[in-house]
Structure formats: C-alpha cells, structure tokens
Design a protein around this ligand. Structure first.
Ligand SMILES: Cc1cc2nc3c(=O)[nH]c(=O)nc-3n(C[C@H](O)[C@H](O)[C@H](O)COP(=O)(O)OP(=O)(O)OC[C@H]3O[C@@H](n4cnc5c(N)ncnc54)[C@H](O)[C@@H]3O)c2cc1C
Length: 417
C-alpha cells in the first residue's frame, strides 16, 4: 500500500491552502498528497466571482457567516483576517484590488490565483493526484487508510476539504459528507444557499431578464426573517440576483420545514407610497398622451411594469381619464410592496454554496481537527459554515485550510501541546 504523511481530500482553495501551509511550516521532509476527483484542481475557484474570484470583503458583520454556530467562523477569520489573506496572496504573487469593498486579484482573473497556488505547491513539492475519487476513509491504529477507485493510501493525517454538494459539475458532489459520517461525525441538514428562488404571484415569464434596483424582505409565518438590497433579477422561474442570494438560505431552510414563505419587494426604496402616487398622477395629468405604463416605467423597467399592470388587471394604455385615484394608490403600493410567494429554490446544482455540513460542535476551532478522531481535520465548505455573497466563502476556505495546515505542521514538528 502507498504511504504518505498527510493526505488531503479535495483540491479546492481549502485543500490547496492546507497543503501549502503544512509544507511551508515544517522543516521535516514529509510527503503531502492532494487527491482530487476532477481532472484538474480548483475548478470551482476558477468560476468564482464570474471568473474574477471575489476572495474577501471590507465588511464583516453578524450576517457574514451562518451555520448552527456562526461564531466558529468568526474565530477562524479573526486569526486569518483580510490583511493576513491579502499578505498571503501577495507572497504567492497575487496582488489585490478592491471594488466597492469587494476584493479580487488585481488581474481580475481567478485563474491567476489558481496558477499562483499551483506553482507554489509545485515548488513546495506537494504531490497532486487528479482523477482520484476518494470513497472511503478508515482508521487503523494511528493511521488512516484512504480508499479511492483503484488506490489505497495510508496516511498519518487526513484533511477532508471536499467542499459541499453544490455545483456538482465543478467537483463537489457531497461525498465529503458521507466520508465524515462514516467516521462518526454529525452532518447538519444541508440546504442550497446563494441561489435563485422560485416564485408565484407575478407573470415571471413576462418580466424574465429584467434587472431592477430594490429591497427584498423574506417573510416567514408573517414575520420578516431577513432582508437585502441591491440589483434584483427577474427570471422565468422567479427571482435571482445578489439580494436574493443573500436571503436564499433562509427561504430554502423554511420551505424544507414546510413553512409558508413569501417575499415583499420594494421597487422604489427612495420614495413612499404618497410620493409615488403624486408622481404617477403628475405624469398622467401633464400629458394626455401619457399612459399608466409610461408612468410606471418612470420607476421600473417596462417589462416589469407590464407584469404589475397585468397583476392589477389595469389596461397599460389607460391615460389620466381612465385611471382613478384608487388604482394609482394600488399601483403605488405594488411598487413599494410587491408580494410574491416563494415556492422553492433552484437546487444544489445551481447553488453557489451548501448551507449545513460537518457539525462545528465536533471540530476544534483553533486547529480544525476533529474532536472525535486525532489526526483528522476538516476545512472549507464541508464544514457547517456558509458565508454571504461577497467573498466570505472563499475567505473561510482559505482561512480554515490555513488553520488546519498550521496545526498539522506544528504537530509534525512536535510543537503542539
Ligand atoms: C459559480 C460560483 C461562484 C462563486 N463565487 C464566489 C465568490 O466570488 N466568492 C466566494 O467567496 N465564494 C464564491 N463561491 C463559493 C466558493 O467557490 C466555495 O465556497 C469554495 O470554493 C469552497 O472551497 P472548498 O475548497 O471548501 O471546496 P471546493 O472549492 O468545492 O473544492 C473541493 C474540491 O474537492 C474535490 N472533491 C470533492 N469530493 C472529493 C472526493 N471524494 N475525492 C476527491 N476529491 C473530491 C472537488 O472536486 C473539489 O475540487 C462561488 C461558487 C460558485 C459555484
């Protein structure tokens, strides 16, 4: 049987960072092996931020990370914060740029981050084996036997950095959860997150493709659970865009629990209903050729205005003479409080991240080592931590990978207590 000192399952940002940090922090001549099921490492990393890799953010607040115990993530990020990550990237040859507080490589190419990581691992002598799908891990005395289709490897330390179960085409197929469970770990309930939401209550086909500025409130059992603001995107199935991504985790979770989930969209955040009513009336009054469709189009894109008029059963060609005050107030209210029923999400295959994962109750926060099995570590999205949209998930992947890597190196060096 082949032997290695450290075996890392998964060649994403978490696994690759863990491998690099171990190699950088030990003087000993050890073998570090990364097993990756796809033909290349870092496929998801390449897709991040629309190919630009948004890896951290200026804002870190109590909405940035979620999970059964979000403080687990904040402690990891605290020890490997934005400055540390930027410095780490810089030493690898990746400069950064910030666009409105969202951090990217200066090249604006995720490929430059992966290229730098690959070169670093090559230089450090880390062995990367692609096309190897790990299907089992067993502990025998002090060693782990890691099994893949045609390969068994024996290792002293194992890091499970296999990602979640979203965007399977980019590698993570949820197998890490099975591996963790088989080793006795608890995996909390999994939900897609950072995902578009299916909805009813508006002719979405009619306004598919529309982008509109607005605020979305998620209502569960008559109470607002969370809200987000920014550019909303309308699609034939419902709503998407960054604000929808931000609230999607809570929508998916509540729908799975069987709760009634609705959303209220404010499409004119700068105005109140009275302002809108007066503006619409002024537009119609000032020009007899003007239509109610034209007046709504002063606030929102045409296709969306049409869908709202259809919902209110108002003829889009109506002018001042055909529209009474009551209708104008009803339309103004729709712009402020467009209520839609959320019926589902677009599923794991389209979700940017997986909410839920290996319970943080069973992982040591300072080292990412399992509390149940010495020598077993977790890093990245496989853990029950998911971040908001804006670089938080990559930051956690890099930071938790670094924490695991440092802890393993210290143990190899005999420094840990
Ligand atoms: C389209 C898209 C855009 C995104 N944009 C951003 C963004 O801009 N900013 C941000 O912060 N986050 C973003 N994310 C989320 C981010 O990419 C992930 O949270 C992050 O990649 C997680 O890193 P990871 O190393 O834990 O897992 P992954 O990147 O998923 O890597 C895990 C690796 O393990 C491999 N693997 C899995 N199981 C096995 C197995 N059994 N055997 C061997 N190998 C295995 C997989 O093939 C994969 O390569 C985006 C996600 C998507 C899908």
């Amino acid at each position: 049987m082949k032997k290695t000192d450290v075996l890392i399952v998964g060649g994403g940002p978490a696994g690759l960072t863990a491998a690099a940090v171990i190699a950088e922090n030990t003087e000993k001549n050890i073998d570090i092996t990364v097993l990756e099921r796809k033909d290349k490492v870092g496929k998801k990393l390449l897709a991040t931020g629309n190919g630009r890799c948004n890896f951290t953010n200026d804002i870190l607040d109590d909405m940035s990370y979620r999970g059964n115990n979000p403080s687990f993530a904040y402690k990891i990020i605290d020890r490997f914060n934005k400055g540390t990550l930027i410095g780490y990237m810089r030493r690898m040859g990746v400069l950064h740029t910030s666009i409105n507080g969202y951090y990217y490589p200066r090249s604006l190419q995720a490929a430059s981050v992966l290229d730098a990581l690959n070169k670093k691992l090559d230089y450090l002598g880390v062995s990367i084996k692609c096309g190897v799908n790990v299907t089992r891990i067993e502990k025998k005395k002090d060693m782990y036997i890691v099994g893949a289709d045609k390969l068994d490897i024996c290792a002293g330390y194992v890091v499970i950095a296999s990602g979640g179960k979203s965007y399977k085409s980019l590698g993570s197929d949820g197998s890490g959860f099975k591996l963790a469970k088989a080793l006795g770990h608890t995996v909390t309930r999994l939900h897609p997150s950072l995902i578009g939401l299916r909805a009813e209550g508006l002719d979405f086909k009619m306004c598919s493709g529309v982008r509109a500025k607005g605020k979305i409130d998620l209502i569960v059992k008559d109470g607002t659970v969370c809200h987000a603001e920014g550019e909303l995107q309308f699609a034939d199935y419902g709503v998407s865009g960054i604000p929808v991504f931000q609230i999607s985790r809570y929508a998916s979770q509540n729908i799975a629990k069987g709760n009634k989930v609705t959303a209220i969209i404010d499409l004119a955040t700068e105005y109140d209903v009275i302002d809108i009513k007066e503006i619409i009336a002024d537009i119609l009054k000032s020009n007899s050729r003007q239509t109610i469709l034209g007046a709504l189009n002063a606030f929102i894109p045409l296709k969306l205005a049409r869908a709202i008029l259809k919902r209110q059963r108002v003829d889009e060609n109506s002018g001042f003479k055909q529209i009474d005050n009551g209708i104008i107030i009803a339309l103004a209210s729709e712009l402020k409080q467009l209520k839609i029923n959320i019926t589902g999400d677009c599923g794991f295959d389209k979700a940017q991240v997986t909410a839920g994962g290996v319970s943080t109750e069973e992982i040591k926060n300072s080292t990412m080592e399992s509390k149940l099995m010495k020598g077993l570590y977790f890093a990245g999205e496989v853990v029950d931590i998911d971040g908001n949209c804006g670089g938080y998930n990559l930051h956690f992947a890099f930071a938790s990978g670094a924490a695991a890597g440092k802890a393993i190196a210290e143990r190899i060096e005999g420094l840990d207590i």
